[in-house]
Design a protein around this ligand. Structure first.
Ligand code: NAD
Ligand code: TYD
Length: 353
């Protein structure tokens, strides 16, 4: 949808997991764009993720909070961003159960503040402008044993996290209908890969296996998620940004469903081989713990629309992606140590007691 002229693009949440991959892709691929990365550097944001590009001439990092309306408005007045790729969010379901209001503040109010700033900057002429909102498949709620989420599945969020993302999706759509604001929303399944904060299943379990700590599987482990390698998500975002249709939504997924317990066992096997441990050693760390309240049984994405209309498909197999991910965490101990000190310890104790 966007023409490839010189653009000023604001990427929010670009120091986080997915955001940092998107920022790197755009900065390296499009020297004619200027990429501004706005990030509050919460516990999930880390400038180490952006070391490769921090000195590029088409890149600017701005530390700031999207819930600070005055600051955001001043930033838009100064830079007049042509488009936004909005990834900043509180992103972890377990944290949303403990502190839902924090999720409303960033995910709903923060998104509203960005929508208003964008609208007020371009209201008279939205030509070649775009508000691209990055969302999740969790807005659809849960599936039973069969079926897939499509773009027309009704929203039915079950966690405070997914409710806050659903709410922000609705506001983006409403701004499109009410003010004619150009927007696209993509709803993606679970991402994995390097730089993911080790509170999410895959990096948490890799870190625990390295350290011989218990692997806390919620409930009976028979919950299903669809997993996508983060770099494939970043490629999809690039494609949607340039070729997606205004006022459309696209589901993005990995065609890669796993029951948690099967995924954990695969991870254990791969790590045993890599760490030269006796086969079965890591599986012994599996510990079934109290279930997550409101735990969605199954997510699975029908990604045929983005495949049919834009030609996107995942390029990295799960085996390959998992291998790369394990290798990255194993050789980036310093990164792991730096993010798992301090507040992380407190979170971990509270969450897993
Ligand atoms: P993340 O938690 O790793 O990163 C979020 C980033 O946002 C961090 O850098 C953080 O510092 C920043 N941030 C948080 N609050 C902010 C605020 N108030 N102002 C400015 N910056 C703030 O998240 P992620 O996993 O990279 O997810 C990015 C986006 O993709 C989110 O919108 C999430 O809902 C969506 N998403 C994630 C997944 C997934 O599997 N991780 C899947 C689908 C969609
Ligand atoms: P998570 O990585 O938190 O992603 P999401 O909840 O957004 O899908 O969790 C993925 C799955 O793994 C989910 O079914 C919950 C489960 N899980 C555990 O069993 N133990 C854990 O310690 C964590 C963090 C997640």
């Amino acid at each position: 949808m966007m023409n490839e002229v010189d653009l000023k693009i604001l990427i929010t949440g670009g120091a986080g997991f997915i955001g940092s991959h998107v920022v790197k892709l755009f900065v390296e691929k499009y020297s004619n764009y200027h990429i501004f990365n706005l990030d509050a550097l919460t516990y999930a944001g880390n400038l180490e993720n952006l070391k490769d590009i921090e000195n590029k001439p088409n890149y600017t990092f701005i530390k700031g909070d999207i819930t600070n309306e005055t600051f955001v408005n001043e930033l838009f007045n100064e830079h007049k961003f042509d488009s936004i790729i909005h990834l900043a969010a509180e992103s972890h379901v377990d944290r949303s159960i403990k502190d839902p209001l924090a999720f409303v503040k960033t995910n709903v109010i923060g998104t509203m503040i960005l929508l208003n700033a964008f609208k007020n900057t371009w209201n008279d002429n939205f030509s070649n402008k775009l508000f691209y909102h990055i969302s999740t498949d969790e807005v659809y709620g849960t599936l039973g044993e069969t079926g897939l989420f499509t773009e027309t599945t009704s929203y039915n969020p079950n966690s405070p996290y997914s409710a806050s993302k659903a709410s922000s999706d609705h506001f983006v759509r409403a701004y499109g209908e009410t003010y004619g604001m150009p927007y696209i929303i993509t709803n993606c399944s679970n991402n994995y890969g390097q730089n993911q904060f080790p509170e999410k299943l895959i990096p948490l379990f890799i870190n625990n296996i390295i350290n011989n700590k218990p692997l806390p599987v919620y409930g009976d482990g028979n919950y299903t998620r669809d997993w996508l390698y983060v770099k494939d998500h970043a490629v999809a975002i690039d494609l949607v940004f340039h070729k997606g249709k205004n006022h459309e939504t696209y589901n993005i997924g990995g065609f890669n469903e796993w029951k948690n317990i099967d995924l954990v066992k695969l991870l254990c096997q791969q790590m045993d081989e890599k760490l030269n441990r006796i086969i079965g050693a890591s599986e012994k760390l599996i510990t079934y713990v109290k279930d997550r309240p409101g735990h969605d049984l199954r997510y699975a994405i029908d990604a045929s629309k983005i495949n049919r209309e834009l030609g996107w498909e995942p390029s990295v197999t799960f085996e390959e992606g998992l291998n790369k991910t394990i290798d990255w965490y194993s050789s980036n101990e310093e990164w792991l140590n730096s993010v798992t000190s301090g507040d992380y310890q407190l979170y971990y104790e509270k969450q897993y007691n």
